[in-house]
Ligand binder design. Structure first.
Ligand code: HEM
Length: 559
């Protein structure tokens, strides 16, 4: 149960209770590959006559019913009877489905088969995104990749303790109190953690708790959902209407404005500090965050003003907050369904932190012995401050191999079995010589790769959380045997941050709780295979506090 809600935060709760079922019920565009194509009569499968069309079961109108009964069984049957490429009438579209590592790789790696074009055709995605960009409006622009490469990935060591602190605060606020807590909608709590962590990384630590920022980060997903029209019937006209609508007035503008309003005084204060430091002949190091990097490199990236910068930040938010929330929530659902794996993960966290504490003590002793440092007091406030010895650092998170493998296994297992709709910009020949003709759609048969013994090892249909330990297959490794992040040039550039956050939340949860349990057991299977938040409401999760565990920073949190 959520505790300690102030009256001002109750309003937020009221708003979020409307928004979250929609937001959680829709995945971000990147994760909505298959559904985006749904309900449109405009798509078609490839016109290559050598590609067979799967026969529809007697009495059915499409392949949906048979697929929904058992997606893996259906796709395996299709592959066995028709070969690796076949046409399906499914999800209200005519789509060509490709199977096996080589062909699935083809559809993600070939530039002429485009993921965002497929979404755009059905939803008006590009107009939606362009409505908050003043620069870099071309949907193919690589600026987000560059920005993430420059401003996020190299700073993970600095971001990690800040992410940990955001997560600790939210967990304490939402899950503090008695020894057993019941969380009605885990996604709400995780969403708050992820939004707060992303607010810190993108907007800076000054704004990580700012309600305006957190709400903008959460509520923009609601507008995204409206654009995707996930919950209402989508028609051919939906995308036309959206393209027109977002060119005229974008609902995202209010969120961009909220970010501009809070960022302006922060940047002014930083400028004043810089000027003051200069006056005193001192060096000024601005805080590390994406906002500052964007301001400092505005010319390089081509941003025109702060509004443009905040628009681009909101696009990062749309790509990152809901997706990361979804995958984190799912990892915890798997912990609740397989509670026997919590203890080994807890032990791993303890081992890694013990090792870290030992290494740091050795470093301190070395520095004291060499005379470089005069006393223990000199370490206070530095990286070697003993107070931080048992805090999760980026290095420690990287060493959490079991948790990494657990996360990867949940992603492998839970991924939707038809994924990655791509639209052909021109006729494209696959590695086997078959052609995906211009204007047609192609989708990946996930069963053929995520459940291949050759790619995944023994008993691929079993959930085995330590499957990848010691195999060099990290959860952020984008390859054909793990598709949620895409593959190749277009693969998600934010996956390292996403996996870092998911692992941090998992590590904190196993440290603070010895048991998680799905209260309404009959919903278990649906929750484990739920890709898009369809199970709404999900079962509450019962969490049993680990004996002696401390929940830091007892400050209340608004959820
Ligand atoms: C678990 C969380 C996430 C998942 C499952 C995910 C998945 C994806 C996928 C499937 C794509 C498309 C790949 C393709 O076109 O083939 C993508 C693109 C993208 N993602 Fe993520 N993502 C996640 C988190 C993040 C985060 C945290 C960020 C930001 C730091 C981010 C930023 C982006 C951007 C900017 C793109 C567009 C790349 C382009 O235009 O080529 N994502 N993501």
């Amino acid at each position: 149960m959520f505790e300690s809600l102030s009256s001002s935060t109750r309003n937020v709760v009221a708003v979020l209770k409307v928004a979250i079922p929609v937001a959680v019920g829709l995945a971000s565009a990147v994760y909505l590959g298959k559904k985006m194509a749904a309900q449109s009569g405009s798509s078609d499968f490839s016109r290559d006559k050598t590609i067979p069309t799967v026969a529809i079961r007697a009495g059915d109108q499409s392949h949906d019913a048979e697929y929904n009964e058992d997606p893996d069984k259906f796709l395996q049957k299709c592959e066995k009877q028709y070969g690796q490429v076949f046409n399906l009438l499914i999800l209200n579209q005519r789509v060509t489905c490709v199977s096996g590592p080589t062909l699935v790789r083809d559809i993600f790696m070939t530039d002429d088969l485009n993921f965002s074009d497929a979404l755009n055709q059905l939803t008006g995605l590009h107009a939606f995104m362009a409505s908050i960009r003043k620069s870099n409006k071309d949907a193919d622009n690589r600026m987000p990749h560059e920005l993430i490469k420059d401003a996020i990935s190299p700073n993970m060591a600095e971001f990690t303790p800040r992410i940990v602190s955001c997560a600790e605060r939210v967990i304490s606020g939402a899950m503090g109190g008695s020894n057993e807590v019941v969380i009605d909608h885990l996604g709400y709590v995780i969403q708050e953690i992820i939004a707060s962590a992303m607010a810190d990384v993108y907007m800076g630590s000054e704004l990580e708790k700012d309600r305006k920022v957190i709400d903008a980060f959460i509520m923009c997903n609601y507008d995204f959902g409206m654009m995707l029209a996930f919950n209402s019937g989508r028609s051919f006209w939906h995308s036309i209407k959206n393209k027109f609508k977002y060119n005229v007035r974008s609902p995202l503008h209010k969120h961009v404005q909220a970010l501009v309003d809070v960022a302006t005084p922060v940047l002014e204060r930083r400028s004043q500090l810089k000027a003051e430091a200069l006056r005193q002949g001192k060096e000024y190091s601005p805080p590390t965050d994406v906002l500052q990097a964007m301001v400092d490199n505005a010319a390089k990236y081509g941003y025109v003003d702060l509004e443009d910068i905040c628009g681009h930040i909101l696009i990062l938010v749309l790509a990152s907050v809901h997706t990361t929330n979804l995958f984190t929530t799912h990892a915890l659902y798997y912990m609740a369904a397989y509670p026997q794996y919590i203890e080994p993960m807890f032990e791993e966290v303890q081992e890694v932190l013990n090792e870290q504490a030992k290494e740091r003590e050795e470093q301190r002793q070395e520095q004291l012995a060499s005379g470089n440092v005069s006393s223990m007091a000199a370490f206070l406030g530095t990286e070697l401050d003993p107070q931080n010895d048992r805090q999760l650092s980026e290095k420690a998170v990287r060493k959490l191999q079991k948790i990494d493998s657990f996360v990867r296994e949940t992603m492998r297992y839970q991924n939707t079995r038809l994924f990655g709709t791509h639209l052909a910009r021109r006729d494209t020949v696959l590695s086997n010589g078959m052609k995906i003709t211009k204007g047609s759609r192609v989708i990946g048969n996930v069963t053929s790769v995520h459940f291949s013994e050759e790619l995944q090892g023994e008993e691929p249909f079993e959930f085995r959380p330590w499957r990848f330990v010691g195999k060099g297959k990290g959860a952020s490794k984008a390859a054909v045997d793990l598709l949620p992040f895409g593959i190749g040039r277009h693969a998600c550039p934010g996956r390292f941050l996403a996996v870092n956050e998911i692992k941090i939340v998992c590590a904190l949860i196993v440290t603070k709780f010895s048991k998680l349990e799905i209260k309404e057991k009959e919903k278990t299977m649906d929750m484990l295979l739920d890709r898009l938040g369809y199970v709404n409401p999900p079962s509450p999760i019962i969490m049993t506090r680990r004996e002696g565990s401390i929940l830091q920073s007892p400050a209340p949190v608004a959820i």
